[in-house]
Design a protein around this ligand. Structure first.
Ligand code: GLV
Ligand code: MN
Ligand code: MN
Length: 417
């Protein structure tokens, strides 16, 4: 029987049970939980008729041969890692829909003029090492040797995490396929925003993905007695950081960009101690890289003003940078055709404010994305993330139709396997 939306949703639930936190869902790159979901994904890939392997960066891969064995491949994928206390569809839905598309081809015995490879990327979110898209950057061939020294919260380096996962750091380049062995990349993902819900549509074509930069920031002042130090003698790092947080929001909003301080910690953290140091994060996004970089310059200027007024020191360390990318018109047209085949004759086109593996894959090959509505106002990076089974069903049909459309009018059939 062809897999349907309920199978996909059941598999999302199975993956959601694999978490490092007792309650909620947290699963990071190169963790035991990552290994477990790779095994689960590999099992479903095999069930769908694929040969499977773990690649040199810990991504789980599967290949369904085309009519001619060894033909270049259309890549389908998304990620299996999560943010802390995540929802169960961000990334996973795209992986499982991709597997289900292949399973449908296999059930019908359809072999396309190209192979289809599914990639379950191991790191898109950057939760463990700060730098995002590690799995997809390995596949894109844009791995940066400077990343080996990145440390997780426990002080484990990326290099040591590779070895502990059974990977050879020296072989990471093997994760990247030769360019002429791929013909494009398609990703289905929940929208992670409210626009589809507001427009009462299930699906959209993605036009482009926002460029992102992430920073680790510090504000340094002087710790002191909360009772003894009068205001005019204070160098309160938290009061200064708070000014910067509000400047981030104001500057980004005025410029039409998106900026978030998602983490902030004051030290030494005593109720009766003036904070001497604050560490905080910044995530900055925009449709156009120039605008995003102007916003960062304005934030730095605002922080300098705060420091001059309060006698503080501000530092910024960039941990992640990914340029804005534009979908391939040819592949986006195929996605549009896939949506049209489900009865939505004028599909919406959306610009993605969220980052996706497609951003990294842009360096390897053409890409396009299909967005699926998520409910509750589009809430995501939150346990309340939700999708409707009917939307998943129509997304599966549209995704399958997109893949078939790229094959041209008459894919050959070799009988059920
Ligand atoms: C990934 O979900 C991101 O946009 O940060
Ligand atoms: Mn995410
Ligand atoms: Mn995602």
């Amino acid at each position: 029987m062809s897999p349907d939306a309920l199978t996909v949703l059941e598999r999302c639930d199975v993956l959601a049970a694999v978490s490092s936190s007792g309650t909620g869902l947290t699963r990071v790159y190169l963790s035991p939980e990552h290994a477990r979901v790779n095994e689960l994904a590999a099992g479903w890939m095999q069930q769908a008729g694929m040969t499977t392997w773990l690649d040199a960066a810990g991504n789980q891969r599967g290949r369904y041969e085309g009519a001619e064995p060894g033909a270049p491949a259309l890549l389908l994928g998304s990620h299996l890692d999560t943010v802390p206390d995540a929802g169960r569809y961000d990334g996973m839905l795209g992986v499982l829909l991709a597997i289900a598309v292949v399973e449908r081809l296999n059930v019908e015995g359809v072999r396309l003029p190209f192979a289809v490879e599914v990639i379950a990327f191991g790191d898109e979110e950057g939760t463990r090492f700060g730098t995002a898209l590690l799995g997809s950057r390995a596949v894109a061939g844009t791995w940066d040797a400077d990343w080996w020294g990145l440390l997780d919260a426990e002080g484990v380096s990326l290099r040591d995490a590779f070895v502990a996962f059974g990977l050879d750091p020296e072989a990471v380049g093997d994760a990247a396929p030769p360019r002429d062995s791929v013909i494009g990349y398609l990703e289905t993902h929940i929208e992670q925003g409210p626009y589809l819900e507001e427009a009462d549509r299930a699906l959209a074509v993605v036009s482009s993905i926002a460029g992102a930069r992430r920073f680790e920031l510090t504000m340094e002042g002087v710790a002191g007695h909360a009772g003894g130090v009068p205001f005019h003698r204070r160098h309160d790092a938290l009061a200064g950081a708070a000014e910067v947080v509000l400047a981030v929001e104001r500057i980004a909003r005025e410029a039409g960009c998106i900026a978030t301080v998602g983490r902030l910690e004051a030290f030494p953290g005593g109720v009766n101690v003036i904070p001497g140091l604050v560490e905080f994060s910044l995530d900055l996004r925009a449709e156009h890289d120039d605008r995003r970089d102007e916003v960062w310059a304005a934030i730095e200027a605002a922080a300098a003003t705060t420091c001059a007024e309060r006698g503080l020191v501000f530092t910024a360390h960039e941990t992640h940078s990914a340029p804005a990318v534009v979908a391939s018109p040819r592949l986006a047209e195929a996605v549009r055709g896939g949506i049209v085949s489900t009865g939505d004759v004028e599909p919406l086109t959306l610009f993605s404010k969220a980052g996706h593996d497609a951003m990294a894959i842009d360096a390897l090959t053409d890409w396009a994305m299909l967005f699926v509505r998520c409910g509750n106002g589009g809430i995501s990076h939150h346990p309340d993330e939700i999708v409707d089974a009917a939307d998943v069903a129509v997304a599966l049909d549209a995704f399958e139709a997109t893949v078939r459309e790229l094959a041209g009018p008459a894919p050959s059939s070799v009988g059920a396997t």
